[in-house]
Ligand binder design. Structure first.
Ligand code: AR6
Length: 186
């Protein structure tokens, strides 16, 4: 369900939706991954459950060939049986209290995800509340950074092929926090 939407002057849409990320029909879904792309829990496990073991297998090959994904960076795999075509695995920071560059690293994880979609010439992307589950990043702060990064990306890339950025949140608290940030910053 669509809960809030903002259109930029250039006609790009930023949306806040409540639902299950794995069911989104978009060109790419972003996974809240760890450096080893070991999709054991949270939204990562849900993506493998819904998309199939092929996503974990391809992730394992990616790490075998390239090494672990640095925090704030991304890796791309196929999406198996998901409605999406690609999974962009973004590694957000583990919350360590706020003095370990967590804000910058979370901004980077989102920025690199959007930049990857742009480089692949994708039109739509769906992202979860990266780092705010198992990694412990405060939910309100996560919402402010994710919405701010999407707005900044659209402002700086008005002609990007990427036209729709969806934040897909499962819990009601995250939905209201993202909604509030989109109204405040949008
Ligand atoms: N759809 C949308 N959001 C979801 C879904 C879903 N199906 N499932 C969970 N969420 P988390 P992290 C929300 O823990 O904090 C994994 O083990 C969840 O409620 O998935 O970045 C990885 O392999 C929360 O708001 O990601 C890493 O080791 C948000 O997604 C580690 O967890 C992110 O929670 C990454 O932790």
């Amino acid at each position: 369900t669509l809960r809030a939407e903002h259109h930029t002057d250039a006609g790009q849409a930023i949306q806040v939706r409540q639902g299950d990320l794995t069911r989104e029909t978009v060109d790419a879904v972003v996974n809240a991954a760890n450096a080893h792309l070991a999709h054991g829990g949270g939204v990562a496990a849900a993506i493998v459950r819904a998309g199939g073991q092929a996503i974990q297998d391809e992730s394992d090959r990616w790490v075998a060939e390239n090494g672990p994904v640095p925090t704030g960076q991304v890796a791309v795999t196929g999406a198996g049986a998901l409605p999406a075509r690609h999974v962009i695995h973004a590694v957000g920071p583990i919350w360590e209290g706020g003095d370990a560059d967590e804000d910058t690293l979370l901004h980077s994880a989102v920025w690199q995800s959007l930049l990857k979609a742009h480089a692949l010439r994708l039109a739509s992307i769906a992202l979860p509340a990266i780092s705010s589950g198992i990694f412990g990043f405060p939910k309100a702060r996560c919402a402010a950074i994710l919405i701010g990064t999407a707005l900044e990306f659209c402002e700086r890339n008005p002609d990007s092929p990427l036209r729709q950025i969806r934040f897909v949140l499962r819990d009601a608290e995250s939905v209201s926090l993202f909604e509030a940030q989109l109204r405040r910053q949008g």
